[in-house]
Design a protein around this ligand. Structure first.
Ligand code: FAQ
Length: 312
């Protein structure tokens, strides 16, 4: 019977149908989604930390208000994504425990430090830019609750990308030589890690083939990385910054930009916990969880009291 259900499921996927939470699905499909959606949620929440570092030091009231709104959006994205994950039968507590014990991953990009104000602009421009490139195809993911969450997330990410680009443009066009140097320095530090956000090359990506067959991923890691590079080169020209890759060059034949080798050893080092800020980021999340224990206990006690009152 299982085989029949699986065949029917595969046929629906082939027709391009969307799968809803209550539909039958193979265990491996469910597991793959919980893995990707929970890691995506963790990335949003951990991703609040590097920028949060600058809220109290934003240069103007306007920039502070924008940054606060952006970081609150990331919290919202994390919450939609945990909810989407819960529709697959894994609780939020289970997902968070996997993060806090180091079992679940989150995006490598958030293990790099934000050294100057220009980093905040560059995160908007490059990190949110890469996030949008990766997430637009996820709006057509075969698992409908995830696809629906992505639609709103992408709209908000596009505001995030624009605010980052705008803040950099102001520094480059109206700023001092020191400010322009700061933008260039931040670009130099974030460019390669942004390219790593798309994941390992297709040939070394154990999950891509199956996820693409199931319509979870619509485009491969390398295809998205190439699209991101092609979209970003002209933006760097508008800004007047140099992307730190001497091999970056338009290839007329391929109709794409060629680019230099990515340091995959660095990528795996960061993914496996040895990046510049891995320990600090995880410790911050564990502390927030521990510090919030009294809120969870109080909410439970209140709910119990209400239930008892209702029964009496
Ligand atoms: N970092 O076989 P694949 C944001 C892992 S945007 C860490 O290719 P898959 C917005 C991968 O999990 C960032 N680990 O895997 C924001 C797997 O390990 P596993 C979040 C990585 O899943 C902006 C192993 O390597 N976006 O937060 C990374 O098919 C600004 C083999 O890789 C998403 O999560 C990496 N970069 O493809 C917030 C998007 N790459 O799980 C705040 C949804 C790979 O088997 C401020 N996710 N790994 O133990 C995806 O599209 C996919 O999961 C990929 C990876 C493309 C990330």
């Amino acid at each position: 019977e299982e085989a029949v259900l699986e065949e029917r499921f595969e046929a629906r996927i082939d027709e391009g149908a969307f799968i809803e939470a209550k539909d039958w699905m193979p265990e491996h499909y469910r597991k793959t989604l919980v893995r990707q959606i929970s890691q995506h949620a963790h990335s949003e929440i951990v991703g609040m930390l590097p920028e949060g570092n600058w809220i109290s030091r934003a240069p103007t009231l306007k920039r502070k208000a924008i940054l606060l709104a952006k970081i609150q959006d990331e919290a919202g994205h994390g919450l939609y994504l945990y909810s989407a994950g819960e529709t697959l039968g894994t609780s939020r507590d289970q997902m968070l425990q996997a993060l806090h014990t180091g079992k679940a991953k989150y995006s490598s990009i958030f293990n790099y430090p934000t050294l100057t104000w220009a980093d905040v602009g560059v995160i908007g421009w490059l990190v949110d830019g890469a996030a949008i490139m990766n997430q637009i195809p996820l709006c057509r993911c075969s698992y409908a609750p995830y696809a629906r969450a992505m639609i709103r997330v992408c709209k908000e990410e596009s505001f995030h990308q624009r605010q980052g680009f705008d803040s950099l443009l102001v520094m480059m066009k109206e700023g001092t030589p020191e400010q322009r140097a700061m933008v260039q320095d931040a670009t130099n530090r974030w460019w390669w890690p942004s390219l790593m956000m798309f994941g390992p090359p297709d040939a070394d990506s154990p999950n891509t083939a199956q996820s693409m067959r199931w319509g979870i991923k619509r485009l491969s890691n390398d295809d998205l990385r190439q699209k991101f590079i092609d979209a970003t080169v002209p933006q760097a020209e508008v800004l007047g910054v140099t992307l730190p890759d001497p091999h970056l060059q338009w290839n007329e034949e391929r109709q794409h930009h060629d680019f230099g080798p990515i340091d995959w050893q660095e990528f795996w080092r960061v993914v496996n916990g040895e990046g510049p800020c891995n320990r600090e980021r995880l410790a911050a999340r564990v502390k927030a969880w521990d510090d919030g224990a009294w809120v969870r206990e109080a909410a439970l006690a209140h709910a119990r009291k209400k239930n008892t009152a209702a029964e009496a």
